[in-house]
Design a protein around this ligand. Structure first.
Ligand SMILES: C[S@@+](CC[C@H](N)C(=O)[O-])C[C@H]1O[C@@H](n2cnc3c(N)ncnc32)[C@H](O)[C@@H]1O
Length: 414
């Protein structure tokens, strides 16, 4: 460990300040570009000891749990940065990823996220003598920081932290930590616990009783088994009500979902047949079906069934066909893609390389790529551009406020 003074030149991809050291970059958490800080250095990691020059972009963190000096919540990493440079940082993550693949399309301003919009959070939970500790893992440790406020989460989640804690206490029995996904739905909170040791009958009864007493909980699932469901959880995909399976993927904020969907729909235009790949529970398929016939392809059975059920029970939609298929092992071929006028794909963080190589050989006119990882998006887009597609626009979208995650929508045609 050595002590030295460094000047931060920019933010790294993890949101840490970066300084040039004699033998490579030094990463200093919570330091901002332009700041001069005295650090205790351990290899390429620096810890701020004192600050000699403070950036004018530094702001007071809105949440009292965001405290880099000690007992801090690990949920957010960029609360100390003003809005404009924060939004520029996220947009630059997309620009830099594209540039690394030789792509320099116009990149729109970031679709910004506001506090209180997150409808889904994943807490860590551990049993305590008095109940359960519910919160986020403290920065860079396995310790759980008990949350009493959370400015990123929706009021529907924050206002129910007491009920969430009661249900979590009834589930927690051993010393192990488990994950609790909390989703705010139209009909109440959907709680899904994973990594819980097998439940006995007495404990099951206790969980059910707690849920029935706690107002506002729609469903509790433990290790994939629905234990109690006083209300069917419902989400609204562009006017179509869907009951998503427990723990299934859902865009983290309604506002980002609407923004992404609007971009996709505007690009698809008057297409008559649309292919929705990595369709989930139908976030895009059900909206697209207002204007076009849709074929939805997805690897998991339960979200596809939820999509299908919603489509069958909603009037005014064009037909939606569904197909369960592993698109990494068995991508749709150019021959299979031929009947479609447009394709939407929204893969997991790993991207869709195998499927994109098939799309590149197809003659489909319009493609909308939705991604939660700029690096794999850039790789996938470079394959399409090499095959003759043009990128019409790229729009970065923020739905994980004060984190270093950013989504993007790229619209292409040929
Ligand atoms: C980012 S989510 C998008 C879901 C949906 N488009 C939405 O916006 O809600 C990615 C989806 O890809 C699915 N998936 C993951 N691996 C897959 C694979 N190998 N083949 C097909 N689908 C897969 C997941 O189950 C998940 O529903």
């Amino acid at each position: 460990m050595s002590t030295e003074t460094v000047t931060i030149s920019r933010l790294g991809a993890q949101g840490h300040g970066m300084a040039h050291g004699p033998d490579g970059p030094i990463y200093v958490p919570y330091a901002l570009p332009g700041e001069t800080v005295a650090i205790a250095r351990n290899g390429s990691q620096g810890t701020i000891m004192s600050m000699a020059a403070v950036s004018s972009d530094r702001v007071e963190p809105p949440c009292r749990h965001f405290n880099p000096d000690g007992d801090a919540c690990g949920g957010c990493s960029l609360q100390h940065l003003a809005d404009a440079p924060y939004q520029a940082f996220k947009r630059d993550l997309v620009i830099e990823a594209l540039r690394s693949k030789g792509l320099t399309p116009d990149v729109a301003p970031l679709v910004a996220c506001r506090p209180g919009q997150r409808r889904r959070v994943v807490f860590s939970v551990r049993k305590t003598e008095t109940g359960a500790l519910v919160g986020f893992n403290r920065a860079e440790t396995n310790h759980i920081f008990g949350v009493v406020e959370c400015p990123i989460s929706s009021p529907g989640i924050v206002g129910k932290l007491g009920a969430i804690r009661s249900v979590a206490s009834s589930i927690a029995s051993g010393i192990e930590t488990f994950r609790l996904s909390v989703t705010e739905t139209i009909s109440g909170l959907d709680l899904a616990a994973e990594g819980v040791k097998p439940l006995g009958d007495k404990q099951r009864r206790r969980i059910i009783e707690t849920v029935l007493l706690a107002k506002g909980v729609a469903r509790v699932t433990v290790n994939g088994e629905i234990l109690v469901e006083p209300q069917k959880p419902l989400v609204d995909f562009g006017g179509v009500l869907v009951s998503p399976p427990p723990g299934t993927f859902l865009q983290a904020t309604r506002e980002a979902e609407d923004a992404i969907s609007s971009l996709v729909l505007a690009h698809i235009g008057k297409a008559k047949r649309v292919l929705d790949l990595f369709a989930g529970s139908g976030t895009f398929s059900l909206r697209l079906a207002r204007i076009a016939r849709v074929h939805a392809v997805e690897g998991e059975e339960k979200p596809l069934k939820a999509l299908d059920h919603a489509a069958r029970n909603t009037q005014g939609l064009k037909p939606i066909s569904i197909e369960r298929r592993d698109l990494y092992r068995r991508p749709l071929t150019p021959q299979e893609i031929k009947p479609f006028d447009a394709v939407v794909f929204d893969p997991p963080r790993a991207g869709a390389e195998v499927q994109v190589r098939e799309l590149a050989r197809s003659s489909v006119k319009k493609i909308a790529a939705v991604s939660c990882n700029p690096l794999t998006l850039a790789r996938d887009l470079s394959i399409l551009v090499e095959a003759g597609y043009s990128i019409r626009s790229v729009t970065p979208v923020d739905q994980f406020l004060w984190s270093t995650h950013v989504e993007a929508v790229a619209l292409l045609d040929r």
